[in-house]
Design a binder for this molecule. Structure first.
Ligand SMILES: O=C(O)CCC(=O)C(=O)O
Length: 248
């Protein structure tokens, strides 16, 4: 899968697309090391002594910030969102023997903003880890893109992301509609296996889930959410950054 037209076409119909070998092993190694240093720090989220997540990843791992604005990573994003795409939320997820978590089927329905300001179609509001989150209109999420860079190989055995292809096209789904999607015989659940250095692009409204790893080891994923426009009514993205001098 190399053509940008192909990327866009698959993303439109399936809601996700794999970009294999986006980074070489030599490029992944220093990123994985930098991520591990941040996971060892006090900012990491922990379970049973094991660090499994980082928020505000671009702030805590400058190597990932530089990567996010490198042409290598921007090329597939710009093919979908255009040249004004910026990272609006950045996270790292790991699964380990101590933090072998699962996530039920859901759509990513919220964005992180700097502060609450009433705006048409925005709500409900919530606060997670001290950051204001809100559900925007579905049309806004439909114009966003999530990029998941795999630092470790991931297959059926270590808790891969599972998706329901095409489920991003119906806007916000009710619990009943989500159940119907899960039970549809003609809607195969896809397991998003990936090798280290592969990138998965996905639409936030695609139904996704993940199970605990059967053979837990490491499963480090850099999760970057991108958008290409400002928010209305003076709302501001929590993490939006122009290149802050890190563009290659
Ligand atoms: O990384 C995973 O396995 C799940 C992540 C997830 O559910 C999400 O990004 O909303």
């Amino acid at each position: 899968m190399t053509g940008t037209g192909d990327l866009r076409a698959v993303l439109d119909t399936q809601g996700f697309v794999l970009v294999p070998d986006a980074l070489s092993p030599a490029q992944v190694a220093p990123l994985a090391e930098a991520v591990d240093s941040a996971l060892a720090s006090a900012t990491a989220y922990r379970r049973g002594g094991s660090a499994y997540a980082l928020r505000g990843l671009l702030d805590v791992v400058p190597e990932i910030a530089r990567l996010a604005y490198s042409s290598r990573l921007r090329a597939p994003v710009e093919a979908i969102l255009g040249p004004n795409a910026v990272v609006v939320r950045s996270l790292l997820f790991d699964k380990t023997p101590d933090a072998n978590w699962k996530v039920p089927w859901h759509q990513d329905r919220t964005i992180a903003v700097r502060e609450r300001r009433e705006a048409d179609g925005f709500g409900p509001w919530s606060v997670k880890a001290g950051v204001t989150h809100v559900q925007p209109p579905a049309a806004l999420l439909e114009r966003m893109l999530t990029l998941r860079l795999h630092l470790d190989p991931c297959d059926e055995s270590n808790g891969p992301l599972r998706v329901l292809p095409g489920s991003h096209r119906g806007g916000f789904l009710s619990p009943g509609q989500i159940r119907a999607w899960r039970e549809r015989g003609d809607a195969p659940k896809s397991c998003c296996s990936a090798r280290s250095g592969d990138i998965l692009l996905m639409r936030p409204l695609l139904l996704h889930a993940s199970s605990p790893a059967e053979r837990p080891g490491r499963r480090r994923v850099v999760h970057l959410e991108w958008a290409a426009g400002d928010l209305p009514e003076g709302l501001e993205w929590h993490e939006a950054r122009r290149d802050r001098g890190v563009r290659e």
